[in-house]
Design a protein around this ligand. Structure first.
Ligand code: DQA
Length: 149
């Protein structure tokens, strides 16, 4: 199984650290990427880290991941609550998927309570801030390590 993990981020996450810091904190996406890369090294994982505001780009990266990756960490942003197209793309990806939300979506507006992605994810990490990405990587490493035994 490949130890390459795609870490995918959806719309508006490029503004992390600048938009609504009372909800999303003050860390930027560059900080998240740096921390993911440091942890990936420790876990003997390789990562490809992407963000897009465009649904099709996220779908194209999921298709690319089908060919090469052993897992996906995805924070689809608002597409979580709207995108059947991202769900379909993830359904075509066999290895484990971890869904991450920085905020506790269940404490927020009702429209954020439903996720199209959760039904296809191995695990969901919600409301743990940007640490959620690291928890997700740790879980994928654990799944990959036990699959390799
Ligand atoms: C989010 C939660 C979504 O509801 C929201 O649209 C986002 C970020 C989170 O990380 O908490 O853009 O996915």
């Amino acid at each position: 199984m490949s130890r390459l993990i795609f870490v995918l981020n959806g719309p508006n996450l490029n503004l992390l650290g600048k938009r609504e810091p009372h909800i999303y904190g003050s860390e930027t996406l560059a900080d998240v990427e740096r921390d993911c890369r440091a942890l990936a090294k420790e876990l003997a994982l390789e990562i490809r880290f992407h963000q897009s505001n465009r649904e099709y780009e996220l779908i194209d990266w999921i298709h690319e991941a089908r060919e090469v990756a052993g897992g996906i960490v995805i924070n689809p942003g608002a597409f979580t609550h709207t995108s059947v197209a991202i769900l379909d793309a993830l359904n075509a990806f066999d290895p484990p998927i971890m869904e991450v939300h920085i905020s506790n979506v269940h404490k927020r507006e009702a429209f954020r309570h439903h996720s199209f992605v959760s039904g296809v994810a191995s695990g969901v990490i919600v409301g743990c801030g940007t640490l959620g990405y690291q928890l997700a990587l740790r879980r994928l490493a654990q799944l990959l390590n036990s699959a390799a035994k």
